[in-house]
Ligand binder design. Structure first.
Ligand SMILES: C[S@@+](CC[C@H](N)C(=O)[O-])C[C@H]1O[C@@H](n2cnc3c(N)ncnc32)[C@H](O)[C@@H]1O
Length: 262
């Protein structure tokens, strides 16, 4: 599967309207105690709406008979999880316990304040680093929107280790890889190498998920006008848990060319 151009998630009976997400985002913002809803919050709400569309698609067959266990990695102020809890999951008929994790205590304090103010159950927030924070296990779903560089890799590793069936991950900033470009004949142009570096890191993440037994897709979950960081890795563990025969071999070949990917 390749990188699809931005398109709406495949059609589903459940529709999450942008207007509803904006209303929910306003409620969350007010519960934070903020008097303003500016351009930054507006853009975040649009990102959350587009992410929500992908959740509707990914979770279409998720069980309704029990509560799902969800991780929001690098949750920040958790606008995604609040909108999921207020709108997306109820629309799907899914009950969930969502655990948000972020390393910044102030952000987690804000999340707790919002959950209290909106009287929302099924949400808890923990201060910690994704590399080593205690997580519920097994997980059903793991999502992360714009986890900073290595936090994305920590998130993916923890989500896989905790057995998450669904993983939806939108990487943010990437570390820069340098080795291998000369040997591969890539132009000595910083901008091109920087972009290629981002794509290579995401390609390695894609293959690592496949090698762990997931069916993976890379989609542009939102238009570039909403966020330039708009590549989503969308993964679902296969029933057999068996990786495609060539995933590990592909990863090894890629890492031979670009050693920092190993
Ligand atoms: C760009 S913000 C995104 C926040 C939120 N997901 C959103 O979309 O608004 C990245 C967040 O990752 C958190 N973060 C960075 N590295 C982390 C790590 N290793 N473990 C946990 N949180 C981390 C930061 O504190 C920050 O809140």
């Amino acid at each position: 599967m390749g990188i699809a151009r931005y398109r709406k998630a495949p059609p589903h009976a459940v529709k999450i309207a942008e207007r509803e997400v904006l209303e929910a985002a306003h409620r969350v913002r007010a519960a934070e105690g903020a008097a303003t809803f500016g351009r930054r919050e507006y853009k975040k709400a649009l990102e959350v709406h587009r992410f929500g569309e992908q959740l509707v698609f990914a979770l279409r067959d998720a069980p309704r008979s029990r509560e799902l266990s969800v991780l929001d990695g690098a949750c920040g102020k958790s606008h995604l999880s609040f909108v999921a809890r207020l709108l997306v999951l109820p629309a799907l008929g899914i009950r969930a316990r969502i655990v948000g994790v972020d390393e910044v205590p102030q952000r987690i304090a804000t999340c707790r304040k919002v959950a209290r103010a909106l009287e929302l159950d099924g949400l808890e927030f923990h201060v910690g680093r994704l590399a080593d924070v205690a997580l519920p296990a097994p997980l059903d779903v793991a999502w992360a929107l714009h986890a900073c560089g290595p936090a994305t890799d920590q998130f993916l590793a923890r989500a896989v280790a905790a057995g998450a069936r669904w993983i939806l991950c939108v990487p943010c900033c990437h570390r820069r890889i340098d080795r291998g470009f000369e040997e591969a004949g890539v132009p000595a142009c910083g901008r091109l190498r920087s972009r290629l570096s981002d794509v290579l890191l995401d390609a390695a993440r894609f293959l690592r998920l496949e090698a762990a037994g997931y069916r993976v897709d890379a989609v542009e979950f939102a238009g570039g006008d909403v966020t330039p960081r708009n590549l989503m890795l969308r993964a679902e563990r296969t029933a057999s848990g068996r990786p495609p025969a060539d995933a590990a071999a592909r990863l090894a070949r890629l890492a031979r060319l670009f050693p920092e990917l190993s």
